[in-house]
Design a binder for this molecule. Sequence first.
Ligand code: SAH
Length: 399
Amino acid sequence: MSKYPALFLHHNKAHAVRRFHPWVFSGAVKRKEGNPDQGDIVEVFSENGEYLGIGHFGTGSVSVRIFSFEKEENLTELWRKRFISAFDLRKAAGLAKSKNTNAYRLINAEGDGMPGLIVDYYNGTAVIQAHSKGMHAQREEFVEILKQGYAEKLQAVYDKSSATLYHKPDTESKDAANSDSYLFGHASETIIKENGNQFKVNWELGQKTGFFLDQRDNRLLLARYATGKKVLNTFCYSGGFSVYAAQAGATLVHSVDSSEKAVKWTNENIALNASGVEHQAYAADVFDFMKTAQDDYDVIVLDPPAFAKGQSARHAAIKAYTRLNHEAFKKIKKGGIVFTFSCSQVVDTEMFTGAVTSAAIESGRNIRVLHHLTQPADHPVSIFNPEGLYLKGLVGYVE
Ligand code: SAH
């Protein structure tokens, strides 16, 4: 007898799990032994009792998020193994222990065998963002592992899960995150280094865990195109792309974000790195800004938030990507460069490329694709869970 509740899958539904796909959809479950609740640990079996894996139970469309396909006797040891393997990967990728970069995603959910868990490391502070109640319940164990792993380097661990937990906290559930809090130490902001550039990061007030680490490599690529150029960075947040452009010697940088706070942080981050550059940040809606924007930018960055959070919003999202890219193609100088992105998981690469193609047709400009971009090495994707790839980008040369 298993010490956990057991789920048995329909016989034609077990193959995906055998191929290490970590999600068991509710329709795949034939019967349950025990009465698991949201976030409980369960074991998964084939119809005739073959062991398939162990994971966290969910009451939504995904019944189990599997974190191991092997028999696990000691979960504390498993978490430790997962964190060590994640750290080793970041070291191999030149991120952990780098001189020029001290901020990276340490745990990227399924990509690190920890579905439902994000841990971002910002120069001594780890920010935990749980997307499942099951992972959230293990947070104290994660803090212990982080303390051992980083030793005296670790100043604080901040839990920022209140907005991301699938089941919103209710008054009866002691387990749920009612508010974000420090699980260890205290440090409300820091200055990180990314490829030698400095950024102030505030996880308490910032979006997501505080900074968009996933654009690190793409910012570096932008720097190659920015020297001597007029650059427009839309949806700038704290000015990631703006700082790289300024550092690379852009003649002018304009940054746009609808959030006043983002504009303030962009100005601060520009001042930290490249105070001499001609820079202006605008608090404005990008779609409005583009209507009256000047038409002599050499480089335009389009990095909007996820326009589609779920399948139902996909159609509207694709239309929004088309409209946004159309505006940029209309405005950019001949021979200009557009960096265009989508971080909507439900809009796949093909759909995104389709939206950009429609925009090119509508604008009457010819576009040659110079780079196909995606998320960096600290956002790894399990080959068995391609859904983990969410960031897509194209660099287009606009004639
Ligand atoms: N490129 C950024 C990350 C962008 S996140 C980086 O490298 O860090 C998306 C940003 O878009 C957020 O800062 C959000 O405030 C802003 N935003 C969302 N909708 C907007 C709109 N319609 N107009 C302007 N900014 C918007």
